[in-house]
Design a protein around this ligand. Structure first.
Ligand code: AMP
Ligand code: TRP
Length: 340
């Protein structure tokens, strides 16, 4: 954050309501959110406007949004402590995104690797929304003057863009320190959970192989089976950090074990180092099943009461707008619109 920014600290983050959530989302994002709510003002968003940058089925979108809301709550986010709301219910996002579209430079967006990965060879037929997705993300954070953003490692570049936009806005409009330069909170276990089928690729909703990820909705049997079948090499379980080097598949499993059990990787290697993969995987499966079981159960309980979820989202949307609307009104004034 800019050293001269005088506003309060505020944590902001978002998760897309598309596809089912997996262990990477849980360890890299949701679990961290639940911890942060005890230390800071937190605003957590279900980014349905981001979801429509690729086609979505209108009949499913509301359900998918409820599913993410249920996951936030099941991971321990308390709606009395933190604001959990749907992005589309707060107009400030789209309005600020337009202003930021006029601040960001096309050269900056051309460097975004996530767009290149998602659009692939079909960049010409990707939506303009997918291209300008990181600008909306900057608007999400800065509509709340968010100062700290817990995300997985894959969002690092988008966060750098948010800082660049905040800084350029402050400079261009001679509004020093109006926006904070939001800092990513990436470190810690689970910041980059990799695919169970390929330890060099991140665990992702869009991987065609379901065996590559553990979904929060998987049954204990499915979880155990996926871990049993997880890719490993021909060696034994490494006993030291040096022995783990250059072995992405087993390094990923050790990282997952450590993050789930809240122990250090060294601790895990001290216990299992030199052993066969079979018993190690059995122990990991047990930890995974027991850690995720209460989360899945709670999530299902929330999903069985959609009206309750909708009421939480509605109230949180009002609370969120109360914070964001005056900030965007200030932006209008700073830009020079009449009648702002
Ligand atoms: P997404 O599902 O892409 O909207 O991501 C939601 C949150 O989960 C973001 O903070 C991501 O950085 C995080 N995340 C997604 N995949 C992973 C992963 N494989 N490891 C760690 N964090 C992840
Ligand atoms: N782009 C993020 C992702 O794919 C989701 C997101 C949208 C987000 N807006 C945000 C994350 C604002 C943090 C802050 O994971």
């Amino acid at each position: 954050m800019s050293e001269d920014y005088k506003g309060p600290n505020r944590v902001f983050s978002g998760v897309q309501p598309s596809g089912s959530l997996h262990l990477g989302n849980y360890l890299g994002a949701l679990k961290k959110f639940a911890k942060l709510q005890h230390e800071h003002d937190c605003v957590f968003c279900i980014v349905d406007l981001h979801a429509i940058t690729v086609p979505q089925d209108p009949k499913l979108l509301a359900d998918q949004t409820r599913e993410i809301a249920a996951a936030y709550l099941a991971a321990g986010v308390d709606p009395k402590k933190a604001i959990v709301y749907a992005q589309s219910s707060v107009r400030a996002h789209t309005e600020l995104a337009w202003y930021f579209n006029c601040v960001a430079r096309t050269g900056w967006l051309n460097r975004m690797t996530q767009f290149k990965d998602k659009a692939g060879k079909n960049a010409e037929s990707a939506s303009v929304g997918l291209y300008t997705y990181p600008v909306l993300q900057a608007a999400d954070i800065l509509a709340f003057k968010g100062t700290h953003v817990p995300v997985g490692e894959d969002q690092k570049q988008h966060l750098e863009l948010s800082r660049d936009i905040a800084q350029k806005f402050n400079n261009d409009f001679d509004a020093p320190n109006f926006f904070p330069l939001p800092e990513p909170l990436i470190k810690g276990p689970g910041a980059k959970v990799m695919s169970l089928r390929d330890g060099t690729k991140k665990m992702s909703k869009s991987d065609p192989s379901d065996a590559s990820r553990i979904n929060l909705t998987d049954t204990p049997d499915q979880i155990a089976k996926k871990i049993r079948k997880a890719k490993t090499d021909t060696g034994a379980v490494p006993a030291t950090v040096e022995e783990m080097e250059g072995r992405p598949d087993i390094a990923n499993l050790i990282g997952i074990y450590a993050a789930l059990s809240e122990r250090s990787e060294v601790d895990i290697m001290t216990e299992h180092g030199g052993g066969q993969f079979g018993p190690f995987k059995a122990a990991l499966a047990e930890v995974a099943v027991e850690t995720l079981r209460p989360v899945t159960e709670l999530m299902n309980r929330y999903l069985a009461a959609p009206d309750e979820l909708d009421a939480i989202l509605k109230k949180a949307g009002d609370d969120a707008a109360e914070i964001a609307d005056p900030i965007v009104a200030d932006v209008r004034r700073i830009i020079g619109f009449r009648g702002a």
